[in-house]
Design a protein around this ligand. Structure first.
Ligand SMILES: [Fe+2]
Ligand SMILES: [Fe+2]
Length: 324
């Protein structure tokens, strides 16, 4: 009897280590593409330094007061959530370096991504402090709390779930920055956030292309990973102090809510990758695809109920304000 080497491509053959190895070439291509399209930008150019002055405390300047802030109340809430999310970069770096490794193309990507993300936190903090947009003491205390708690990925047990999660999450972050800028009430803030949102978009493209390659390589497992990530999605900032309250304000204000999550984050990635049209799946993949489709229909209905509640609440508020 001859025992021929068997190329196993079935569901049991794909371990995380094998997937990482098999996708290394795609990572290298995507990294090179990313480096070509990502243009260098200088965070300091976006900060109106002339608006800055000393704070109270060591330098005996003026204490912060809310009247000094030129951004809207919604802008303040959302900017803080976005900055604290960016601030937890050491934890994210740890998570992805542990999952993807620090060697070869994967490692180069992990470090490059970390460097780019670092720029976001720096630029946002510089803007907030120079313009006195938010309470600096509350911000620093929230940063200490949030970073001290650290961030643990929901997807650390699965390489494919990790890739799927970041594809959606980078787009979620892009939309969140962009919409925050839109509602902040300061054109300089909007300009900075549009720049940051552009970076997040390039990160999304990198991971989305990687997810496409994973779908071709291990369709059943990738489909299951997408289903799990989409159905259990949580924003990376979910653990920060006061997140639920802030998220409610951010949702009502139209920066980020179920409708936006469904229409501007989940659907564009699913459609781009033609996830619902992938065929040739095994029973597990087909089941995952079906469950994903059902979930999206349910989410759309839930988003419609949210839209209606939001419209009713905003109308009530407007009527109350008109009566005063
Ligand atoms: Fe970022
Ligand atoms: Fe990003």
């Amino acid at each position: 009897m001859t025992i021929a080497p068997v190329q196993r491509t079935g569901s049991t053959a794909w371990t995380d280590a094998r997937l990482i190895l098999a996708l290394e070439e795609v990572v290298e291509q995507e990294l090179n593409r990313h480096l070509k399209v990502a243009k260098e930008w200088m965070p300091h150019e976006y900060i109106p330094w002339s608006q800055g002055r000393d704070f109270d405390g060591v330098l005996g300047g003026e204490a912060w007061a809310v009247e000094q802030s030129q951004v809207t109340q919604l802008g303040r809430v959302s900017l803080v959530v976005n900055l604290l999310t960016e601030d937890n970069l050491p934890s994210y770096h740890h998570e992805i370096a542990t999952m993807f490794g620090r060697e070869g193309a994967w490692g180069t990507w992990v470090h490059r991504w970390t460097a780019e993300e670092g720029r976001h936190g720096i630029a946002l903090r510089d803007y907030l402090l120079a313009t006195r947009a938010v309470d600096p003491v509350a911000l620093e205390r929230a940063r200490m709390d949030h970073m001290s708690a650290g961030f643990e990925s929901d997807n650390a047990h699965s390489m494919l779930q990790s890739v799927a999660y970041v594809a959606f999450q980078e787009l979620a972050t892009r939309i969140s920055h962009r919409n925050t800028g839109h509602f902040a009430g300061d054109p300089l803030c909007e300009q900075l956030l549009a720049k940051i949102a552009n970076d997040e978009n390039l990160h999304m493209v990198f991971y989305r292309n990687l997810l496409r390659a994973a779908l071709e390589l291990a369709p059943d497992q990738a489909m299951a990973a997408i289903r799990d990530v989409v159905t259990e999605f949580r924003m990376p900032g979910h653990g920060m102090p006061g997140f639920e309250r802030a998220a409610a304000q951010i949702a009502l204000g139209g920066v980020y809510n179920l409708r936006i999550h469904h229409d501007d984050v989940l659907q564009p990635v699913l459609r781009h990758l033609k996830v619902m049209e992938v065929d040739g799946l095994g029973p597990d993949g087909r089941q995952a695809q079906e469950e994903l489709g059902l979930f999206m229909v349910g989410l759309d209905a839930q988003a419609t109920r949210f839209d209606e509640r939001q419209a009713a609440l905003l109308a009530r508020r407007a009527a109350n304000a008109a009566r005063k």
